[in-house]
Design a protein around this ligand. Structure first.
Ligand code: SF4
Length: 378
């Protein structure tokens, strides 16, 4: 196993990321942030499972008010996911140790301001409030400028976007940041992180396979990615993303610790060539944006209902909200993204309409059978 890369040291509250420090484990509250009691319970549950850092999603000023109360009621180091509303950083930063922004989401608001101005605002806000930042690049929401430049080569788009933001932050004299490059395909996670680490060996990396799905498949995909990268000395903090009921969210942390311990002890799983063959169900780990808690049951029902197609190379994506759901289902053969009362069904990028939670499985089966029949006829 290669020596750990010795990156810059990034302080996150009491925690040290990079610089050879032990690999930190984090997870994210899946509850609605404004449900303060549930969110505090979720933060405590994740912390009790052994997390070094707990992330909470914030989308609105009311979420920020809830976050402030969560901060008062827990001593866990907190990170926040800014998602699309980067301006909330000024309100969020006093309450947290780290903020994640997605370069692919900076273009949504204030289109008259440049990306440089927005990054400068984030860096200045973080500096003022003693916060770290994460540049969180995601294959499903790559900066549109990079999509134009690299087309369907999303890994190159992700790496270029991450490198661009590192250069911007460095020019601004802000070095207290880590980077993540995530995808639901473990191979793209490995390739993207390897390429980024070769260019910027000094920057700490947060590893994760996003929307890995349910156990055990979600754990296996994540384990394979982490085995490849951590054995090459890459990775300073990790998150395992699994679709789980709220009360089982601590499992993300215990699985992460088990994977790290196994790798460090030299216990590896073989990677069977068949890992990527057959039916592949990806599903998001859920977060405060989930529009209907029936999403988690739906993801499990999709897995059960489609078991008959296990030998067919079909990818089905099940996502919990309208924010990331539409984009992150584009690459799947069949996609479902959940709204408050209906589930939107897609075939590739084409919408097939919205169905009630009761109806959608039947329609999904029709579409899955059609794909299997079309491929058999070729
Ligand atoms: S798809 Fe939506 S609900 Fe699922 S984790 Fe992403 S933001 Fe949260």
């Amino acid at each position: 196993m290669a020596e750990r890369r010795i990156t810059r040291v990034v302080g996150v509250g009491p925690l040290t990321l990079g610089g050879g420090a032990p690999i930190a484990v984090q997870s994210m509250a899946a509850t609605r942030t404004q449900d303060i009691d549930a969110t505090v319970r979720q933060v405590e549950l994740i912390e009790a499972a052994g997390a070094d850092l707990v992330r909470v999603a914030v989308d609105s000023k009311r979420d920020v008010e809830a976050l402030a109360e969560v901060r008062r009621r827990t001593s866990a180091p907190l990170s926040v996911d800014l998602q699309e509303n980067y301006r909330l950083a000024a309100l969020v930063a006093p309450h947290v140790d780290k903020m994640r922004y997605n370069p692919g989401h900076l273009h949504h608001h204030e289109k008259d301001r440049t990306i440089e101005e927005k990054v400068a605002f984030l860096a200045e806000t973080a500096m003022e409030h003693d916060c770290a930042l994460r540049v969180g690049v995601n294959c499903g929401s790559v900066d549109p400028r990079m999509l134009e430049r690299y087309g369907s080569d999303h890994v190159s788009g992700m790496v270029a976007s991450a490198l661009e933001h590192c250069a911007l932050l460095d020019q601004m004299g802000f070095e207290r940041y880590v980077v993540s490059l995530k995808d639901s395909d473990w191979r793209k996670v490995v390739e993207g992180n390897r390429r980024f680490a070769a260019e910027r060996p000094d920057v700490p990396l947060h590893l994760g396979v996003t929307e890995a799905g349910m156990p055990p498949e979600g754990e296996i995909k994540t384990r394979v990615a982490f085995e490849q990268l951590i054995t090459e000395g890459i990775g300073d903090t990790v998150r395992v993303s699994l679709t789980l009921p709220f009360e089982e969210k601590g499992r993300e942390v215990t699985v992460a610790r088990e994977i790290i311990a196994d790798i460090q002890a030299g216990r590896f799983r073989s990677v069977p060539a068949s890992l990527d063959q057959g039916l592949n169900i990806i599903s998001c780990p859920s977060c405060s944006r989930v529009e209907n808690e029936a999403f988690i049951e739906l993801a499990q029902d999709v897995k059960t209902m489609t078991a008959y197609a296990k030998d067919h190379d079909v990818t089905i994506a099940v996502m919990g909200c309208r924010v990331n759901g539409p984009g992150e289902t584009d690459d799947a053969d069949l996609g479902l993204w959940c709204g408050p009362v209906a589930v939107n069904l897609k075939r590739g990028e084409e919408s097939l309409g919205a169905y009630s939670y009761d109806e959608v499985l039947g329609r999904l089966r029709v579409e899955l059978d059609a794909i299997i029949a079309e491929r058999a006829a070729v």
